[in-house]
Design a protein around this ligand. Structure first.
Ligand SMILES: Nc1ncnc2c1ncn2[C@@H]1O[C@H](COP(=O)(O)OP(=O)(O)OP(=O)(O)O)[C@@H](O)[C@H]1O
Ligand SMILES: O=P(O)(O)OC[C@H]1O[C@H](OP(=O)(O)OP(=O)(O)O)[C@H](O)[C@@H]1O
Length: 214
């Protein structure tokens, strides 16, 4: 049997994902003590892990190179392809918000300029509200945009709210919650149904237990 290949998102949710896997008994010490390595075959279980950027998790799973992907719902929502999401891991929680300087007028119906790293998400949100907006795609430090007059407001991720506060911005609209999800390649699911479902069931039971405080 080939090992189940799992694509993990590098960075912010990496440690939380590893913690969760270890909590259900998957020894990930080789992931904790990695240096610059990015592919890891577990010496303990039938798993192989790759560590990549969030958007690349989608690509690896879509192409069937990885069987399973662990990625934020923000990235899934922004992507235009379909994904087969099996579980909400309930880590990496944050939310999408519309934020700006306190002088921003939500009720001013002129065409607003929105700066964001998430143009599809922002476009869909304002379209559903029936608001015509212009989007400027920014790659990071989005909070600067309304401060310097590049945009009227931003659509961005808010977790603690520190970045907004430190830049004198406030939340105007809470758009949707974000959390880390487990996605699966449909062909892999058919081919490795038992192994995929066993992992998903274990995670689901554990998340449920944590919720009720067992
Ligand atoms: N405060 C936060 N800011 C951004 N993402 C967060 C935050 N809290 C949790 N997340 C989740 O963590 C995931 C990974 O975020 P991270 O910043 O590590 O990668 P990234 O967005 O690809 O940034 P970079 O391009 O800087 O690597 C996001 O897709 C999101 O689901
Ligand atoms: O509410 P907070 O806890 O302050 O977190 C939110 C901030 O974190 C993210 O940025 P990130 O650190 O990924 O950097 P970036 O601006 O380069 O994307 C996000 O884009 C916000 O700027």
């Amino acid at each position: 049997m080939p090992k189940l290949k799992i694509a993990l998102t590098k960075g912010r949710i990496e440690q939380k994902t590893i913690d969760l896997l270890e909590e259900i008994g998957i020894n990930c010490d080789f992931l904790r003590h990695k240096k610059r390595k990015l592919v890891f075959e577990s010496p303990y279980d039938d798993y192989e892990f790759i560590l990549v950027k969030a958007v690349d998790v989608l690509t690896y799973v879509q192409q069937g190179v990885a069987d399973i992907g662990i990625v934020g719902s923000d990235v899934l929502y922004e992507d235009e392809n379909e994904h087969y999401e099996m579980l909400d891991l309930e880590i990496g929680k944050c939310q999408f918000c519309v934020a700006s300087t306190p002088s921003y007028e939500t009720t001013d119906y002129r065409r607003k300029i929105i700066a964001t790293k998430y143009p599809n998400t922002a476009a869909r949100y304002f379209q559903e509200k029936g608001e015509d907006i212009e989007i400027i795609k920014i790659e990071g430090s989005v909070e600067i945009a309304p401060l310097l007059g590049l945009a009227d407001a931003i659509v961005d991720i808010v977790e603690t709210g520190d970045t907004l506060r430190e830049n004198g911005l406030i939340i105007f609209e809470e758009m949707m919650p974000i959390s880390t999800r487990l996605i699966v390649n449909r062909v892999s699911l058919k081919r490795n149904k038992q192994a995929v479902c066993q992992l998903v069931d274990q995670l689901e039971a554990h998340i449920q237990q944590k919720k009720v405080g067992v």
